[in-house]
Write a protein that binds this ligand. Structure first.
Ligand code: SF4
Length: 314
């Protein structure tokens, strides 16, 4: 999600070029929804990628910082290879700007765009991080199949997981309390997430007084986009679905703890970050070695205070 603004800047610089994205399989589908992208290829490792790319492109632009990503472009003999001079890969690149100090501590949205600018390309005044749900993705999520009957109150999503580790997860019983309060106000609740979040989704649903639709593990990426798209709001941890929802234009209320909110916050004016400043944050740890105070100190009322203005706002 954080690469979309850079992709659009790239397209503006090369309006008639063919632009393919080479992406990891679990995020590749996302780029199929981006109009600026002509085709999506699956990354399969340095040697396989190099063989597949050889002779097919005039330039390769690297958003990942890995050495391997630069090596595959070099082995493919792509004439122009642009990316940050990180991980000792300067000799492999033809344009290798350094990371400018001004983007440190900011969202990766700005980090990627600064790389393009450092490589001599023009970037727009404001980043465009939006995503539109393709109609067939909306149909595949199908209101009837995943979200249930179309009539009723507005759907609010709750995303209680975080792929990176338990340290980024707010307490399930507090998600349940927030969801019940929103249900009392007329909202219908959908619990979203991947297969790993099935247990926590089921636990939250079991703790709630109101009924909830548990969709954790029930959606692939296009279906998740289709489910998120019609929601009124998403209450979430710092996670991939948080960025998806923000890009789709729905307001996001995100609970942050161990990660640096300045770097990974949802991009946009409508979103709210809820956090308690504790001296040990950001720690970047997957599991908390102490008492998880960064999350425990975030109360249900704090989250509800941020959620309130959004319900009815869209
Ligand atoms: S060490 Fe501190 S910031 Fe890290 S997870 Fe634990 S309480 Fe949160």
């Amino acid at each position: 999600m954080l690469s979309l603004a850079a992709l659009r800047d790239l397209r503006r610089n090369f309006p008639r070029a063919r632009i393919d994205v080479l992406a990891r399989p679990w995020v590749a589908d996302l780029y199929r929804a981006v109009a600026e992208v002509d085709a999506v290829r699956l990354a399969q490792g340095v040697r396989v990628d190099a063989d597949a790319l050889r002779g097919a492109f005039d330039a390769g632009v690297l958003l990942p910082n890995s050495f391997g990503s630069a090596l595959s472009l070099w082995m493919a003999r792509i004439p122009e290879r642009w990316g940050y001079a990180t991980e000792g890969r300067r000799p492999l690149l033809t344009r290798a700007p350094r990371v400018p100090p001004r983007v440190r501590g900011r969202s990766q949205v700005y980090y990627y765009r600064a790389m393009l600018a450092g490589a001599g390309l023009r970037v727009s005044a404001a980043p465009d991080v939006s995503l539109s749900c393709p109609p067939d993705w909306a149909r595949s999520a199908g209101a009837d199949r995943l979200l249930g009957a179309e009539d009723g109150g507005a759907w609010v999503g709750v995303n209680p997981g975080a792929f990176y580790g338990t340290a980024k997860r707010w307490l399930p019983e507090r998600f349940a309390a927030v969801a019940d309060t929103l249900a009392d106000r007329g909202a219908r609740i959908a619990l979203v997430g991947g297969a790993a979040e099935r247990p926590v989704g089921a636990a939250i649903a079991a703790q709630m007084r109101a009924p909830a639709r548990v969709l954790c593990g029930e959606t692939n990426l296009p279906e998740l986009v289709g489910v998120l798209s019609p929601l009124r709001l998403l209450v979430t941890n710092d996670s991939g679905p948080m960025h998806l929802a923000a890009a789709l234009g729905l307001p996001v209320v995100a609970v942050f703890g161990p990660t640096d909110w300045r770097e990974t916050h949802p991009v946009g004016e409508a979103h709210r970050v809820v956090r308690e400043p504790v001296p040990c944050s950001p720690c970047g740890l997957r599991e908390c070695p102490i008492d998880h105070r960064c999350m425990r100190r975030v109360t249900v009322d704090r989250v509800l205070a941020e959620v309130g203005p959004h319900l009815g706002a869209r």
